[in-house]
Design a protein around this ligand. Sequence first.
Ligand code: NOJ
Length: 552
Amino acid sequence: MPATATTSVRGQVRDRDWWRQAVVYQVYPRSFADSDGDGLGDLRGVTEHADHLASLGVDAVWLSPFYPSALADGGYDVDDYRDVDPRLGTLEDFDEMVATLAGHGIVVIVDIVPNHTSDRHAWFGEALRAGPGSPERARYLFRDGQGPDGDLPPNDWESVFGGSAWQRVEDGQWYLHLFAPEQPDLDWTNPEVREDFQRTLRFWGDRGVAGFRVDVAHSLVKDMTEPYLATDALPDEFLDHGRHPFWDRDDVHEVYAGWRRVFEEYDPPLMAVAEAWVATERRARYASPEGLGQAFNFDLLESTWDATSFRQLIAANLDLAAESGTSSTWVLSNHDVVRHPSRYGLPQGLRGEVCDPWLLSGGAEPRLDRELGLRRARAATMLSLALPGSAYLYQGEELGLHEVADLPDEVLQDPTWFRSGHALKGRDGCRVPLPWTLDGSSFGFGADGAHLPQPAWFGELAVEAQETDPDSTLTLYRAALGLRRELQGPEELTWHRPDGDVVHFERPGGWHSVTNFGPLPVELPDGSVLLSSAPLEDGLLPPDATAWLIAG
Ligand code: NOJ
């Protein structure tokens, strides 16, 4: 019998919908806290800092991969889905972490990576040894190459990290890897693959996790019918619904229907949130109650700092969530994108998906207005925390950390850096280990350095530095999360001021959130101001700020 998952969120017995308006804090374990001084964060580091998470007031922790891994892609290259990387701890450490967090009313969500294993996974070794045509190879997507000697890749598809999506092995065959070569793609038409993942879901469900974050949920099913489409003939993944050969194919939902049956074996059922970079309207199927149940909405994260855009995206996502029977998610930062204070402090026309132009090798730090960026980030965070649905926070955003854009080339770890021929710096700048103390080795991250170097300015943003400062970003997050818990009611929202530079909405109970995106201070509605992201000026809300009020 599966164990009943941890029973409470912040002292409340969890019902099956506990996640609908939860605050979920993403821990990127290697960069959170290092308990044993090897420079790499670990599970005991999370346990030791459970009080930080409790004082912040989060409901759940989502752990990015902590599985054994060569770290070719920050742990998203998994050697074994049912174990802990020895450098990060043991299964006993995992259990202790879950129990400690549960003692604070915080549940744990783990990251599951179904599109690909690592090339060190036992299955991949077996596939290499067993050779072409074997059942071992049929767990992956091996194909013969083109050309008289088969020495050209089967097609010209490119990996997300740059370069060909195919890698040749010694016997001449090629395997598909949509990401790094160390991340061979699984063949999800193979029942053995499907069964093994269900076993993994139960393994963690039985250990008391509350759910899963599903990595590249939209990529599992591929149309491998030959002849393949050439890259320049590939349909646009966001426009050609369901017809792209490897993104967002309709059949992928059969996989998740099977997972749903596993989730429902638990009480309350396990939850899941899909990472699916698909067109907004295609997100509904991933988020449906028959599927994973929830999906990340990255729309705000991709938006420039603009009232009209925020208003439209919020309205569209609330409608979509309601239609698909789920709650919306709100995300401003994660381990894959430039931290939101930096995004908002860059010239707003500049940014691409993850501000790549800024992070070109030799990227131009001076173009960043740090103060403006943080001011807007605080406003955006308060806005998003007032919305109906769940909020996903990324470690360090509660400290107002900026991206570390000037990491020296020789420390970069992201495959994007290597596979772009050192043109793009990639995502290491948002993964620099957290500062806990004002000074000391790695600002309290660990006893002996950090696996990515922290800049000198990290010290003044450390937890210790912000803890007792009434104006700090940490104090703002704690206050906002506390109020949110008190004020949170039904998943409803009423708009005020439907256009212009002010985004103003009301939640049940008279909870107003007002954000000023414009250049001049604006009036607030009547009521008591509960919290503001910047001091009011003569009772007016200044530019780039959010205030919460109770009407009356
Ligand atoms: C999405 C993850 O968030 C990212 O970090 C990773 O590189 C890719 N999936 C591949 O697993």
